[in-house]
Design a protein around this ligand. Structure first.
Ligand SMILES: Cc1ncc(COP(=O)(O)O)c(C=O)c1O
Length: 418
């Protein structure tokens, strides 16, 4: 469900015409629909209302301050993975006891900041990290809550780069390691080990891997309880998939219906960490066609957005629907030619879509759909390209939430050798 729809032959975001926004703010341009984000957040909240989980939006999916502020305003907490994301969480005044912090490589400085700030808990990924948090907490004379990230070795059936719960990945710890930590928890005198964290991967379209994981979690908890270990929290991570192409992902309600029986039987305070589900279909990337290039082998539609703006196609061969902002008659001759939609970056991997039938000419605009998650937040300045502007639409109103970068932004912080 999203609010990017064609009305009278033109693409709209809610009640704002996308082409007018592209002309007003320039391209490449990220456009987000506030209503879509609100509805996705609400759907998840309502689906799980019986257990009233803490929903910590995963900042990495789209980390613009205005988006974070909106979600925190809706009652979300934040799932962070770096000192930079902690800084953002502080900027939007996220309640400290709604911040959870994962990542396999938290540095001393990041740990100190987060402990001093008083976040709800760390999701710990290794024994070395556990020792480090304990040592930092001791120095600061604090007692810190942590959950242990469990790697259940479950196949989530998604792209290997976003698979995080298989034993070959760098994330979390196996069952035996976890049990040994819990049984010897006394050695970590500055830690309270209060829960278990899992996050098995992203863009999961059905509930089977979650159920398999929860069954493993249940067994683990049973083993722990038998030895007198009691827990307070179960964090089930994020991972809910969305529609990019022909996927038919579970809805929030279907997901809840499938996993609530397990969660009820575990009866711990539940934390969710959705990212893509909230913002994925709430954002598009709009670009302008610079050239149409025909070669003996292929047609290329060269646009002013590139892999530096949206890395997912280049990085994961991810599919995004791409549309012209004007719905035209399907019989137009240009429409029949399959073209690669590419950017100006000097890499053959720089494409937004391949073999697409798009009826556009030079100077027209296109929109890459489903670009709200891991879109802008993964963007870079590669090829010295200033990063795109971001705007937020609410009904007929659009506000700039990130200025387009300038050339001077590109060299900010660089020194000219004397
Ligand atoms: C620990 C953790 N939680 C939550 C998420 C969010 O995942 P998604 O956007 O698939 O919901 C991620 C994504 O990588 C993650 O690593």
């Amino acid at each position: 469900m999203h609010y990017f729809t064609f009305k009278r032959g033109s693409l709209y975001c809610e009640n704002s015409k996308v082409e007018s926004l592209a002309k007003r703010f320039g391209t490449p341009l990220y456009i987000y629909s506030q209503r879509t984000m609100y509805e996705h957040f609400s759907k998840l909240k309502n689906a799980f209302k019986e257990i009233n989980p803490l929903i910590c939006y995963s900042v990495k999916a789209s980390s613009n301050l205005s988006i974070l502020k909106l979600l925190v305003g809706y009652g979300a907490g934040l799932d962070i993975v770096s000192g930079g994301e902690l800084y953002r969480a502080r900027k939007v005044k996220c309640p400290v006891k709604k911040i959870v912090y994962a990542s396999v490589g938290k540095t001393d400085e990041e740990l100190r900041c987060a402990i001093n700030f008083g976040i709800l808990m760390f999701n710990v990924e290794s024994i070395s990290e556990l020792r480090k948090i304990n040592a930092v907490a001791r120095k600061l004379k604090k007692k810190v809550d942590v959950a242990l990230r469990f790697n259940p070795d479950v196949e989530p059936n998604t792209h290997s780069y976003i698979t995080t719960g298989k034993k070959e990945t760098k994330f979390g710890m196996d069952k035996e390691t976890l049990k040994n930590i819990f049984f010897g928890a006394g050695v970590y005198s500055n830690l309270n080990i209060v829960g278990i964290h899992i996050h098995i991967g992203s863009q999961l379209t059905d509930s089977k891997p979650f159920i398999e994981t929860l069954n493993k979690v249940k067994n683990l908890i049973k083993d722990l309880e038998q030895k007198g270990v009691s827990l307070e929290y179960l964090n089930i991570g994020g991972g809910l998939g969305i529609v990019y192409d022909k996927e038919r992902p579970q809805t929030a309600q279907e997901f809840a219906d499938k996993i609530l029986p397990s969660l009820r039987s575990i009866s711990l305070k539940v934390i969710l960490e959705p990212g893509r589900f909230i913002v994925g279909n709430a954002g598009i990337l709009v670009a302008k066609v610079i050239y149409i290039k025909d070669t003996p082998a292929k047609r290329f539609i060269i646009v002013d957005a590139a892999m530096n703006d949206l890395a997912r196609p280049a990085l994961y061969s991810a599919y995004h629907k791409i549309v012209s902002l004007k719905e035209k008659a399907a019989s137009a001759s240009a429409f029949k030619i399959a073209a690669d939609i590419v950017g100006p970056v000097c890499e053959s991997g720089d494409f937004l879509g391949k073999n697409r039938h798009l009826d556009v000419g030079e100077g027209d605009y296109i929109a890459v759909l489903g670009a709200g998650a891991y879109g802008f937040s993964m963007s870079s300045n590669y090829n010295s390209r200033p990063r795109a502007a971001e705007i937020l639409v609410k009904n007929t109103k659009a506000v700039l939430i990130r200025k387009r970068e300038s050339y001077s932004d590109l060299v900010k912080g660089e020194m000219l050798l004397r």
